[in-house]
Design a protein around this ligand. Structure first.
Ligand SMILES: Cc1cc2nc3c(=O)[nH]c(=O)nc-3n(C[C@H](O)[C@H](O)[C@H](O)COP(=O)(O)O)c2cc1C
Length: 183
């Protein structure tokens, strides 16, 4: 299967991005193809209804990876009880043809204990785009973010956090498989 992951932080050392890289690593270890779009490394122009930005390399790559995806992972920092501006901007460039009937896993990192607001917002956007929300999501908050700071090896991720990430990822991959068979 092909999984496309969008890391929606504009910070180089973002914990949500490091977590997304870890999820990419796990997806690949399951034998699937995983394409990671890091919006900090490959910025997308501001969406405008007046300008389709045709030929913009990063935007074309994003749209292609989303078209080809069987399942999608969206990751965001929790900013002011919502998702990041860069992720919302990227999603505004996309439509139902990128999401229709595909499994989507929402992932977030927050200063507070749980990133419920941004995850709920993401699931609302996914519903609007006709994606199928994975019933579970992944939230790292407070001290849980230490496992995803720069320089921390995957083998040093806190066992409780690792267990949850792997369990939710398995549920997401199962849902992706079921939806792919039905298409
Ligand atoms: C502009 C801004 C707004 C934030 N708003 C919240 C918030 O509403 N709730 C919260 O728990 N943390 C908030 N934080 C803290 C971030 O969620 C936290 O630093 C998170 O780890 C950032 O994710 P990242 O490491 O992927 O960049 C905010 C941080 C910034 C810079």
């Amino acid at each position: 299967m092909r999984i496309t992951l969008i890391a929606g932080s504009n910070q180089q050392a973002a914990t949500s991005t490091r977590l997304t890289e870890y999820i990419q690593h796990l997806v690949q270890s399951h034998g699937h193809q995983a394409t990671l779009i890091d919006l900090n490394k490959t910025p997308i122009p501001f969406y405008s209804p007046d300008d389709a930005h045709g030929g913009h390399e990063a935007l074309e790559n994003l749209k292609l990876a989303m078209h080809e995806a069987d399942g999608i992972v969206l990751a965001t920092p929790e900013y002011h009880s919502g998702i990041s501006g860069v992720l919302k901007n990227a999603l505004d460039h996309l439509g139902q043809d990128h999401f229709n009937n595909k499994a989507v896993l929402s992932v977030s990192s927050s200063g507070g204990a749980v990133a419920v607001s941004s995850l709920t917002q993401l699931q609302t956007i996914v519903r609007n785009l006709h994606g199928i929300n994975c019933p579970e999501w992944i939230s790292i908050g407070g001290d849980q973010r230490k496992s995803f700071q720069t320089g921390v090896a995957y083998s040093d991720i806190h066992p409780d956090v690792d267990k949850r990430v792997r369990r939710v990822l398995n549920a997401f991959l199962d849902l992706t498989t079921v939806l792919k068979v039905r298409q």
